[in-house]
Design a protein around this ligand. Structure first.
Ligand code: SAM
Ligand code: SF4
Ligand code: SF4
Length: 358
């Protein structure tokens, strides 16, 4: 773990070459690259309609083949290059990351990379009960568990494979017992589906040390049939909870934190609200995403990936890959959500992917 303190980004400290005071490459909006989300598989045992609707991800869907997916060695190598370029946080995701065979081995391989201060995993929690101990022993710091409802019938409908909510709750408990804490519990709120479960979710996890994060339903990809009307705005979510359990706004813990933090006034902990649709936070976005087959995306809504697998399987040295990443990041202009918001306000509807480009 690094103990290096970042140099404050004041005008006096700013460098002439466009880099941050610490020498990190900044994009065109002065954002450094700090977080890397690594997808370790494109497969999932759930079919949440907002993410992998059955009609699209059915029997005929062509998932990546084994040889197309980055190996553990390739992931580690790339993660080290990213860490050398300023990344401090790694999050493993998917698909469902716990489906990747020998996941704890990968975690062990990532856990001692110099400069990485936080190694986390986002999971649907379905396999967590039996895996939590191995994940912790391998060096994982924390987990985020997605849980859209505590109501078993609603939950089964939202995972669309009839998976019982109790098994996810058991997974959360197992993760807490082995110290994968603080646990974040992600709830995507969709109008008319689970908005009625917001309060119950807040009530259940108040006072446990776990942090529920309510997420506005987003227009990721093209297959979920997203409509603005399906979004429950963050301020409505906060108002509903505040009416029952009074809240106060908390300061962000670090620049680039995606969730707005709210504390219970009675000291029973905090919640987070991720308002990607109603209050976009592109200005602070320090994230990049690596797909399971090694395509790098500099925005969640980007349509063009950059092929790192070709580099990692080719002749390029680590330094050359690092230079490629620096050059790519320095040209980054992504701010999809901000553009979507301004388009919506002007009544033109959602901005097209083809408009935002790569
Ligand atoms: N399978 C794992 C899980 O569900 O936690 C990891 C991958 S999943 C794509 C990561 C997160 O994205 C989950 O918390 C999920 O709820 C969220 N997500 C997926 N589609 C979304 C959408 N359309 N809007 C908002 N959040 C979404
Ligand atoms: Fe699977 Fe996670 Fe997507 Fe649900 S949100 S379908 S659990 S990848
Ligand atoms: Fe970051 Fe793109 Fe999301 Fe904006 S829309 S916060 S740039 S991932």
């Amino acid at each position: 773990m690094s103990t290096r303190k970042p140099t404050p980004d004041t005008p006096a400290n700013r460098r002439k070459d466009g880099r941050s005071p610490d020498g990190d490459v900044l994009d065109t909006m002065k954002r450094p690259l700090r977080d890397l989300r690594i997808s370790v598989t494109d497969r999932c045992n759930f079919r949440c309609p907002y993410c992998m609707p059955k009609e699209v991800f059915g029997r005929d869907y062509k998932f990546l083949k084994r040889g197309e997916i980055l190996t553990f060695e390739e992931i580690r190598r790339l993660a080290r290059v990213f860490a050398a370029g300023g990344v401090k946080k790694l999050r493993l995701t998917g698909g469902e990351p716990t489906l990747r065979r020998d996941l704890p081995t990968l975690i062990e391989m990532l856990s001692d990379i110099q400069g990485i201060e936080d190694l986390t995993l986002t999971t649907n929690g379905s396999l967590l009960k039996n895996m939590a101990g191995d994940l912790k022993a391998a060096g994982l710091d924390r987990v985020t568990v997605s849980l859209d409802s505590l109501n078993d019938a609603v939950f089964r409908e939202m995972n669309d494979v009839d998976f019982p909510v109790q098994r996810v709750l058991d997974g959360i408990q197992a993760a807490a017992e082995v110290g994968l804490t603080p646990i974040k519990v992600n709830m995507v709120v969709k109008k008319g589906v689970n908005e009625g479960d917001v309060l119950e979710m807040a009530r259940r996890f108040r006072g446990t040390g776990h942090i529920v994060r309510f997420i506005e339903y987003m227009d990721v990809g093209t297959s979920n049939g997203w409509r603005m009307d399906d979004v429950v705005a963050a301020k409505e979510i906060v108002a509903a909870i505040d009416a029952e359990f009074p809240l106060e706004a908390l300061d962000p813990q670090y620049k680039g934190e995606v969730a707005n933090r709210w504390g219970y006034r009675d000291g029973a902990g905090e919640i987070g609200v991720i308002a990607s649709v109603s209050q976009p936070f592109c200005g602070d976005c320090t994230r990049a995403r690596l797909s399971a087959d090694g395509q790098l995306y500099t925005c969640l809504f980007a349509v063009i990936g950059h092929d790192l697998r070709k580099l990692v399987r080719g002749e390029e040295s680590d330094e050359e890959i690092g230079e490629f990443l620096d050059s790519l990041w320095s040209r980054r202009k992504d701010r999809y959500s901000e553009l979507r918001a301004s388009q919506t306000e002007s009544g033109d509807g959602k901005v097209e992917m083809s408009y935002i480009g790569g």
